[in-house]
Design a protein around this ligand. Structure first.
Ligand SMILES: Nc1nc2c(ncn2[C@@H]2O[C@H](COP(=O)(O)OP(=O)(O)OP(=O)(O)O)[C@@H](O)[C@H]2O)c(=O)[nH]1
Ligand SMILES: [Mg+2]
Length: 435
């Protein structure tokens, strides 16, 4: 299985449908009246955590997402249909960040958690809605609002209760395989684990907790040595760490310290998680030699981390994955510790994201080619789209809005003079006459 834990996706919510200009034409209503309906709202885009998805792999193949647009309004006051919402399913534990601002906008830790990441554009009003006591029959309508476009970075931070850390070859994957039904790759060379593995440790009462096995850490991992330390993101959400070391390691004490230093270099949060130190492979030594090695460890120096908060004694556990010696004691300690530790917490405080509702459409750009000025901008294009060029009142309204947007000043500034051609959304206007 390819494990993908970081991707960038582009999303766009649906454009709002335009309103329309229409008139009542009923037999017995000779005077008519405005009857142009409103455009439908564009579809929203959401992210939703789903238990059936375990990695971000699918986003390698599909990374562009667009909700459908709202339909334009109809005659006889008919509303246009709304665009369908788009729900993008992501694995539980996904963190979404806005690429531009760097702000975290979603931290989805529970299945079903759903966050709005781009609101659909509002539909424009038709001329029926725009009538007022002073203007009973407007010849204009509103364009729909454009959708919101943004780039999001999705990062998967797995949800596990217990994280296994240690040097390569300490036996982390082996421990996962003896405690759970997971079958990770095990080998007698370093870095046999390249991607995180999860397993469920069954409790006697039938319930269970999730254990995560990650690649080994080496000195300098924070600088990219070995497999680096990016995979530590997968144990950021754990509540308890099992620090596994090989009791036969000649540099045992030094290596335990190194692993802890690399943890701190990654994040203080991780370094302050309660830790159980476990010496593995005691089957390779006689009990007397194992005890001797244990006695040699300078425990004050090793336990720099808040073990006591979870009722963990400041002494290492000794186990053998090969003979299962010591495993019961260890699993009892894990259960006791989990019982007093807080449940999963969000890594980020996420407030409602204002950009998800920000329809930026009032800007425009002017490009000059000799005496021709091409203007483009979402709102300007839309306004021209909904304007009836044969209708003087409709044109008047368009001019009024363009003026309020500052287009004429900008054209003068760009060097436009009377008679110059101004092209907006494919329509040519004469500056000073039509505009
Ligand atoms: N004798 C003995 N060997 C063990 C024990 N536990 C693991 N091993 C062996 O140690 C080697 C490394 O085990 P892994 O479980 O792959 O170690 P790891 O910590 O996951 O290593 P990386 O994934 O490379 O970081 C394998 O050859 C295992 O069979 C044990 O209790 N006793
Ligand atoms: Mg491994």
């Amino acid at each position: 299985m390819t494990f993908v834990d970081q991707v960038i996706i582009s999303i766009r919510s649906g454009d709002g449908g335009n309103g329309i200009v229409a008139w009542r034409r009923e037999k017995y209503e000779p005077l008519g009246g405005p009857a142009g309906g409103d455009g439908g709202d564009g579809g929203d885009v959401y992210l939703q955590a789903d238990n059936n998805i375990s990695t971000l792999l699918d986003f390698r193949y599909k990374s562009k997402f667009e909700a459908s647009p709202g339909v334009r309004g109809g005659s006889k006051n008919k509303y246009g249909r709304q665009g369908e919402n788009l729900i993008i399913k992501v694995p539980v534990g996904t963190v979404a960040t806005d690429r531009e601002t760097g702000n975290v906008i979603a931290d989805l830790i529970a299945p079903g958690d759903k966050v709005l990441v781009a609101e659909g554009g509002q539909g424009g009003r038709g001329n029926a809605k725009l009538s007022s006591p002073t203007r009973r029959a407007p010849h204009y309508c509103e364009p729909g609002q454009p959708g919101i476009e943004r780039k999001l970075e999705l990062e998967l931070k797995l949800l596990a209760d217990v994280g296994l850390i240690g040097m390569p070859n300490a036996g982390k994957s082996t421990l996962l395989s003896v405690l759970t039904a997971a079958r990770p790759k095990i080998a007698d060379y370093p870095f046999s684990t390249l991607v995180p593995n999860l397993g469920v440790v069954k409790k006697p009462d039938g319930d269970g907790y999730v254990m995560a096995d990650i690649p080994g850490l080496v000195k300098g991992a924070s600088q990219g040595i070995g497999l680096g330390h990016k995979f530590l993101r997968h144990i950021e959400r754990t509540r308890l760490l099992i620090h596994l070391a090989d009791i036969c390691d000649p540099d045992l004490e030094e290596n335990i310290k190194t692993v802890n230093q690399e943890l701190s270099a990654y994040s203080n949060n991780l370094a302050s998680l309660p830790q159980i130190l476990v010496l593995n492979k005691v089957d390779l030594l006689t009990p007397a030699v194992a005890e001797e090695r244990l006695a040699q460890l300078d425990k004050d120096n090793l336990f720099l981390f808040p073990c006591n908060s979870a009722g963990i004694a400041a002494r290492p556990y000794m186990i053998s994955c090969a003979t299962r010696a010591g495993l019961d004691k260890l699993t009892n300690q894990i259960l006791e510790s989990l019982a007093v530790l807080q449940p999963h917490i969000r890594l980020y405080e996420v407030a409602e994201d204002p950009i998800a509702r920000e329809h930026v459409d009032s800007g425009f750009t002017i490009q000059r080619h000799k005496k021709v000025f091409s203007v483009s901008g979402e709102r300007i294009n839309r306004l021209v789209d909904v304007t009836d060029m044969r209708d003087p009142e409709s044109l008047y309204h368009m001019r009024h809005v363009l003026k309020a947007m500052g287009l004429f000043e900008a054209l003068l500034e760009a060097g436009a003079t009377s008679g110059c051609e101004v092209i907006i959304a494919g329509v040519a206007f004469s500056f000073g006459e039509d505009l």
